[in-house]
Each structure stands twice: as structure tokens, then as C-alpha cells.
Design a protein around this ligand. Sequence first.
Ligand code: IAC
Length: 334
Amino acid sequence: MRKLMTLLTFSIVLTGLLAATAMAGTTLTYANFPSAPTFPCVQMEHWKTEVEKRTDSAVAVQTFPGSTLLGAKNMLRGVQTGQADIGCISTAYYPGVFPLMSVVNLPVAFTSTEVASMVMWDLFQKYQPEEFKDVKVLTMFTSAPSHVMSKTPVKTLADLKGLELRASGTILEILDNLGARGVGMPMSQTPESLQKGVVKGLVSSFDVLKDMNFAEQCRYETITNLPVYPFAVIMNKAKWDSLPAETQKVLDDLGREQAQWTGKYLDAYTKEALAWSKDKYQVEVFELTAAEHATIKKQTAPRIKAWKAEATKAGLDADAILAEMLALKTQYEA
Ligand code: IAC
């Protein structure tokens, strides 16, 4: 009888332990570089909620916004080496590393984040570029089209002359072509540079007017419709390989949906952020003339040529990739 009781107790404890292990499942760490209110972190929390729900909590996601685990520049390497399981990178912060996907950063006049994000995701699926071979890509999306936010008014293109503006990637060269002075740095470094006066403004999407409170310092906003910044959410390859097939399926199924969700969210949110900035700081918004937009188009065209040369050098069929991107853009805009 005693023996039986012991055995029974033992098996109850064992069953409990096994159940607890199964329930605890996997915890994935997810690093992000900008502060928690920004859209890359909002989409991260949305993804966490969806993953935990769809796996019945077999997967828990632990999020690290604001460079608390990895920063903008060591994100790629940090995920490759497993310092974080998952990380969010802006490909524009890694010049020359992503010759194919940087096509999304070209001046092709995206006007919708949702469209740009879907185009990026489809391009990635079609080409499965080598440049991501060391990681598992979970989703991709873009920022909204970029505009000038500055401490001094930029009412016409002539006002850009010599103006130091923070940007990254393709937009740096575009600014130089337009007579401004592009200063390269990640978003997370921008508040300090604005504060110190190293830059007189920035070129990015309007969400940051509110989320980084840039509206307080940059009271002048000029609608320029410059490129979107491309983002990729990447996972450590060994960690991905260690996941059960049903978990992998949940994450794979979320890829496209997450790209679209983020694009939709940001399209609505940039409008809200601009309205908030007008209300709270009375920011002024300047529109350029059609002739000035034509000038921008003409002055930024060399960047497309330069991308083609870089992509060709990386062994890519640049013309085909660019044509595919433009075809997808037209398709999603219809
Ligand atoms: C952002 C961005 C980066 C971090 C947080 C919010 C961008 C647009 C792209 C950029 N909104 O680097 O300018």
C-alpha cells in the first residue's frame, strides 16, 4: 500500500512537471532599437500578442524596446550570434549589406506604407535574397514616406541649401543631390544630435513627431514624399531550427499578415501624429509646388542609377528587380 501511494505520488508529481514544461514551452527574446512608443515597437507588441495567442502560450515572447538588449548598429550581428533570438533591423542602417532589399529605399514615390510593406514582403518571397541567408526572416515592413522636419522653415527647395538633416541609407545621397547636407545616423541617436544642434532637423516619417516628441523642436514640416525606410524582423537561424514544426508554421503564417498590419497601422498613425503636432505645438506644414516635385524627381534619379550599379556588382539582375518592384507597386496601388 505504501509502495503504491509512493508510486502514485511520484507519477502525479511527474505528470505535473511534464505539463508545466510543455506549458512553459519556449521563451523568445525580441530586441528593438527605438523607444517603446515608436511603430517598430508597436508592431513588436502586436506580434507578441498574436504569437502567444496562436500557440496557446506554448511560445512566450519577451520584448526589449529602446536598445535595452541590442542597439541599431549591433542588431544584425547580435541576432546572428544569438544575443537575442529575434531583432528588428532597419536595412538602411547597414550600407552595402542588403543590395537587393535596399531597392525599396529608392525614390519611386511610394505614398502608402501598406503598399510599400506588401511590395517589400512580396519581393523578398520572390527572390529569397542571399543577403538574408544567415537568419530567418519573420516579417518585413517599411516606414511611411519621408518628409523634412526642421527647426527652420523649408518653404521651398532653395531653403534646403546647406541644411544639416539627419537621415540614413539612400536618403543621405538624395539630400546631397538636393543641396542639403545629409548626416547619417540611426533614429535612436537623433534626439541627442538635434538637442546638440549637430543637425537642424531630420528626414523620416511623421510618426516620430509624436512618438519621439520631435514636434517640440522641429516646428516646420515640409511634404517632400522622399523614400520609405525598409525594416526586417530577423531570427537567429539555430533558434528557428530548434522550434517545433507547428510553431514554425504559426510564425510563417504571420509574416505577410504582420507586414500588412504594420503598414495599415502606420498609414493611419502618421496622420494622427501630424494632427497632434499641429494641436500641441502649432507646427506649420509646407507643401511644395508641382514644379518642385518634378525637380526632386529629376535630382533624385541618379540614386536609382547608382543602386543599379551596386546591385549589378553584387551579381543581381537589377533591371528585373526594379521592374518587379514597380509592377508590384502598380498592382497594390490599383
Ligand atoms: C521610425 C523610424 C525608426 C525608428 C523609429 C521610428 C523610421 C521612421 C525610419 C528612420 N519611423 O530611421 O528614419
